[in-house]
Each structure stands twice: as structure tokens, then as C-alpha cells.
Write a protein that binds this ligand. Structure first.
Ligand SMILES: Nc1nc2c(ncn2[C@@H]2O[C@H](COP(=O)(O)OP(=O)(O)O)[C@@H](O)[C@H]2O)c(=O)[nH]1
Ligand SMILES: [Mg+2]
Length: 493
């Protein structure tokens, strides 16, 4: 059973490694360190052997493009990639969410939503289960909502882009909104597009409300960039300020008052601007805002790499400083609790037998060794069997008691520990330690000893090295003006 489960997780990690090998060798080593930490956790029972801490972190920064229908989301993505990957047009051309990720293959591949649902490397892992919760029956139709496209473009290395459909259509609306919400939660950066061609966005009130209301009052609200796209359409009347103000007013009605409002247009899709002065003005404005958007995209990538290493370090410290000590304490409580109950139970049993003896019941004489040895063989057999039966009952009662006390403590931990991961890890470790085959009197949690400590220290040493390595690559100590390529090229030794 173990080997099957662990080979499955092995396969997953192998494919993660294969992917990182192509695009981010420092992170490749990080996966190996995650594996080292997994080993400690398996032995402690903290996670099962078909799991890995590595599959619990999102590996790629996710940049999603949401927005109103026909606001130029797909055109923006095509320009970003320098390739016409997504279909564009004023009709609803693409009604699916498209996850776009890097591949070394030149050929663009389109895979069904199921591929995303089943692959823990992607942000839509097991999304069908979540959908099923919201709309019964929709989980099975995941292919209707999602697709994956691969694309060989340098700019896509180390990140995932998500193109989204407008969600004005009534059918599928609940599921689409649910997926949008999921995307908003997981994204590192969300570009919210509006269409300057429609200065009166009354018809999109509903869409706007949804996009805006879900973005304000969030702790991560600064990851949302609001972008007024297609501003080239204001050239004719030269009323960019008016159009922007109109949009800002309607956004304010939906609750969004603060924040930057980028103004851009797509050079590939825009109408040519004949007037030189106007063109220069519009182009320089566009240039400035595009540079800021690009910088945010670049930063997200760098931050994500640090965050993954942060998760590795945090998990290692969590095992050492929280999970192991808490499990040890719990074991002490459990042992005491169980022994006290054992004592009470067996005292009662003993008292029962003694009173039987005192009352002259045959059980009393059976248990008396002196009489026993002088009895006939069949009596010995009966008495022996009875003794075995009594002992098994006692053993069984003891095991039931152990389970009972363990369950009481588990329920208590579940209430006591607020942090989700820590709670799960401690409960799992404790369950392993209270398994019927584990001796009650063990003082050390299972899998926690010198070897485990050495491994954790090694993991922590590696995380320090990775951070140093990244600092060297992302900061610019020599003071050069040119920004380094955020894609990490060399490994940490
Ligand atoms: N004038 C102008 N048209 C644009 C711009 N960006 C996109 N379009 C056009 O707007 C239409 C809708 O674009 P699309 O990218 O499909 O929008 P989506 O529905 O948000 O993905 C297409 O016909 C594009 O050619 C822009 O900046 N200016
Ligand atoms: Mg589109």
C-alpha cells in the first residue's frame, strides 16, 4: 500500500522537477529539500506517504486577467506573449478560463480542464470538488469551464497566466463566479480590465459590482490592478480624462474609491492615431503605465520564489518547534490519562474477583493456583481457556480505553489549535503515536530523534543558502542600472 501511494507522490514530484529543470534550477533544489522534510514528516506520521509538503505550495506565480466582456483581455495576453494564442473579438469567443503555462515544445497544446483538476502543480487542483459543492453536477463538467494551454514564450517562464471569459451569461453563472473567486484568492496579481469604449458601464453594473466588491476590503487588495483598456478610442474626441472620470465614478458607486487606475491600449489592436501630437501624448502615457504593470508582473515572480522558500523554512521550524513538542506533551497527558483509567478499571475488576472469592464462588477457587494444580486435566483446560479469555478481555478493554482517551484528546486539540496546518500535523502525529501497536510508555514521539533533528537542521541550512543565492541574483549589489532577468539561471550550491 505504502509503495503504491509513495510511488504516486514520487511521480508527481518527478514531473514537478522535470518542469523546474527547464525553467528554474534553484527551485529544483528546493523540491529536493522539500523531499528531505517529507521524510521526517512521514516518520512522525505528520503527513501520509501519498502526500508531500511540496504539493502544498503553489509553485508558479499566478497572474490572472479578469474583467468585463470584450475589454481586451485576450488581446493583452497575446501581446504579452508575442503570439496569437487566444482568440479575440467583440463576440464572446472564448467562454472558458484558460490557464497558460510555459513549455519547451514549440507546438501549442490545449488540454482539457480535467488535466488541471488532476494535477497538483496547478492552481486548479481538485477544483471540480469545490464546484460540486457549489453547484451539484457541475464538478463533472469541469472541461466546460477550464482549459490548459502551453506556450513556448520566454516571458511566460516561471509563471502562469489566466485568461477569463466575461461572466455575463446566465447559464453557468454560479460556477463561473465560483471559479473567478477561486482565481482571485490564489492569484499573486489580478489585472482587472475595463473597456473605455463603453463609457456608460450601466449594462455591466452587475459584473462591475462583482469584480469590485470582491476586491475591496481584502487584506491583499493591493494585488489588484484596475486597468482602463482601449483608451485609444478616446483619441477622436480627445476626452481621455472625461472617460476615465466616468469610469471612476461608476467604480466609486460599486465601492472602489482609492487606488491607481491604469490607462492603456493595445498597439496591435488599436486604430492608428494620425495626429502626431495626440499620438505622442497617448503613446507616452501608455508606455508609462505599461512599464508599471510590467514591473508588477516581474516583482510577483521574484516574491513567489522567496515565498516558496519561506514555506519550506516555516514548515521545518513548525515540525521542530511546534509539532514535536506538542506531540510529546500530548503523549504525556494521554499516558497519564490512560493509566489512571486503566487503574480504575482494573481495580474494579480485581475488586469484583476478590468479592467473588470471598463469596465462595468457584471462580475464586479456580484462580487459586494451589487448588488448580491438583485438579483434573479437563478442569485445567477450562480454567486455562477462561484465563486466556479474561486476559484478552482485559487487553481489549485496555486498547479501547487507549482509543477512548486518545479521541478525547484529539477533539480537544482540534478546538485548541487554530492554525489549520499545525492542527492537522499535530493530530496526525498524535494518531500515529497512539496506534494500538505503539507502546503506551514511549516518551519520545514516533520518528522524532537525533536523525530527524539533523535532517531539519540540514533543511534550514539549505533554505539559508537558497535565500542568499536568490539575493545575489535579484538584488543588484554592483549598482548596475539594468534590471537582472528575474528567471533564475543557476543553481544554489
Ligand atoms: N481599439 C482597440 N481595440 C481593442 C483593444 N484591445 C482589444 N481590442 C479589440 O477588442 C475586441 C475584444 O478583444 P478581446 O481581447 O477578445 O476581449 P476579451 O473579451 O476581454 O478577451 C477585439 O476585437 C480586439 O481587437 C485596444 O486597446 N483598442
Ligand atoms: Mg477573451
Amino acid at each position: 500500500m505504502f509503495s503504491n501511494a509513495s510511488s504516486q507522490v514520487d511521480r508527481r514530484l518527478n514531473s514537478l522537477e522535470a518542469h523546474l529543470q527547464q525553467e528554474n534550477p534553484v527551485l529544483l533544489q528546493v523540491v529536493q529539500t522539500f523531499r528531505e522534510l517529507d521524510r521526517v514528516a512521514y516518520r512522525m506520521g505528520v503527513i501520509s506517504r501519498d502526500d508531500s509538503f511540496a504539493t502544498r505550495v503553489p509553485w508558479w506565480p499566478m497572474i490572472s486577467i479578469l474583467g468585463t466582456f470584450s475589454s481586451g483581455k485576450s488581446s493583452f495576453i497575446n501581446s504579452f506573449l508575442g503570439q496569437k494564442l487566444q482568440r479575440t473579438g467583440n463576440q464572446a469567443v472564448d467562454d472558458k478560463f484558460t490557464v497558460i503555462c510555459f513549455s519547451h515544445e514549440e507546438k501549442v497544446r490545449t488540454l482539457p480542464g480535467l488535466a488541471l483538476d488532476a494535477d497538483p502543480r496547478f492552481p486548479f487542483y481538485q477544483i471540480s470538488q469545490q464546484l460540486e459543492h457549489v453547484v451539484h453536477g457541475e464538478g463533472k463538467r469541469i472541461d466546460a469551464y477550464l482549459q490548459l494551454k502551453t506556450c513556448m514564450t520566454e516571458r511566460l517562464r516561471g509563471k502562469i497566466l489566466i485568461d477569463s471569459p466575461g461572466f455575463d451569461a446566465d447559464a453557468q453563472r454560479t460556477s463561473t463566479l465560483r471559479i473567478t473567486e477561486h482565481i482571485m484568492n490564489l492569484s499573486d496579481l489580478v489585472l482587472v480590465f475595463f473597456d473605455a469604449r463603453h463609457p456608460e458601464p450601466g449594462a455591466m453594473k452587475d459584473t462591475l459590482d462583482h469584480l469590485v466588491k470582491n476586491t475591496i476590503n481584502r487584506s491583499d487588495s493591493n494585488k489588484f490592478l484596475f486597468i482602463l483598456n482601449q483608451v485609444d478610442c478616446t483619441v477622436r474626441e480627445d476626452n481621455l480624462e472625461d472617460v476615465t472620470a466616468a469610469w471612476q465614478r461608476s467604480l466609486a458607486q460599486s465601492g472602489l474609491t482609492a487606488g491607481r487606475f491604469y490607462q492603456i491600449y493595445n498597439l496591435d489592436a488599436a486604430l492608428p492615431i494620425d495626429n502626431d501630437t495626440l499620438r505622442t501624448r497617448y503613446e507616452s502615457k501608455r508606455q508609462q503605465d505599461m512599464e508599471e504593470i510590467d514591473e508588477r508582473i516581474r516583482r510577483v515572480e521574484v516574491e513567489r520564489v522567496y515565498r516558496i522558500i519561506g514555506v519550506l523554512e516555516h514548515t521545518a521550524k513548525l515540525l521542530m518547534n511546534e509539532v514535536a513538542p506538542r506531540t510529546r506533551l500530548l503523549l504525556q497527558r494521554w499516558r497519564r490519562f490512560t493509566l489512571v483509567l486503566d487503574a480504575i478499571l482494573f481495580t474494579l475488576l480485581g475488586a469484583g474477583v476478590l468479592s467473588l472469592m470471598a463469596a465462595g464462588h468457584p471462580v475464586g477457587s479456580w484462580l487459586d493456583l494451589n487448588t488448580w494444580t491438583t485438579q483434573a486435566t479437563w478442569v485445567q483446560v477450562v480454567v486455562g481457556t477462561l484465563a486466556v479469555a479474561i486476559l484478552s478481555t482485559v487487553g481489549f478493554l485496555h486498547l479501547m480505553l487507549r482509543r477512548f482517551t486518545a479521541n478525547i484528546l484529539i477533539n480537544r486539540i482540534k478546538k485548541e489549535i487554530q492554525e489549520h496546518d499545525l492542527r492537522e500535523y499535530v493530530v496526525n502525529a498524535f494518531k500515529k503515536n497512539t496506534h494500538p501497536l505503539r507502546p503506551l510508555l514511549n516518551t519520545q514521539p514516533a520518528g522524532w530523534g537525533r536523525l530527524a533533528l539533523m535532517r531539519i537542521e540540514k533543511v534550514l541550512k539549505h533554505t539559508d543558502q537558497y535565500v542568499q543565492n536568490l539575493n545575489d541574483q535579484f538584488t543588484n549589489p554592483s549598482g548596475r542600472k539594468d534590471t537582472p532577468n528575474p528567471t533564475i539561471q543557476s543553481g544554489a550550491e
